[in-house]
Design a protein. Structure first.
Length: 95
């Protein structure tokens, strides 16, 4: 039986260990369940504009959270930069 599993990770400050946890979680799931497809999504607040970034040259910038998720084994990585008022629209577009 196949089913989607959605996991959200958040914290009230930077340097809390969110990305490290995500990296370890991705590695664990990939090791335990070999036929798993993982989509990792990075969200950043933006006050000017909203965008969905999937281009490898932007996702795979060394040291960025998105690059760390990709290296950990995520099959697809997406970076969402959005204004608060655009989040519902972005969520619909990602479906």
């Amino acid at each position: 039986m196949k089913f989607p599993l959605v996991v959200g990770v958040g914290a009230s400050k930077s340097k809390a260990g969110k990305t490290t946890f995500i990296e370890n979680f991705i590695r664990f799931v990939k090791k335990k369940y070999d036929k798993t497809f993982i989509i990792a999504l990075k969200y950043s607040k933006s006050s000017l504009y909203s965008s969905i970034i999937t281009e490898p040259f932007l996702i795979e910038v060394e040291g960025k959270d998105t690059e760390r998720m990709k290296k950990a084994g995520a099959d697809f990585v997406c970076w969402v930069r959005a204004r608060k008022e655009d989040l519902e629209y972005i969520a619909i577009k990602l479906n």
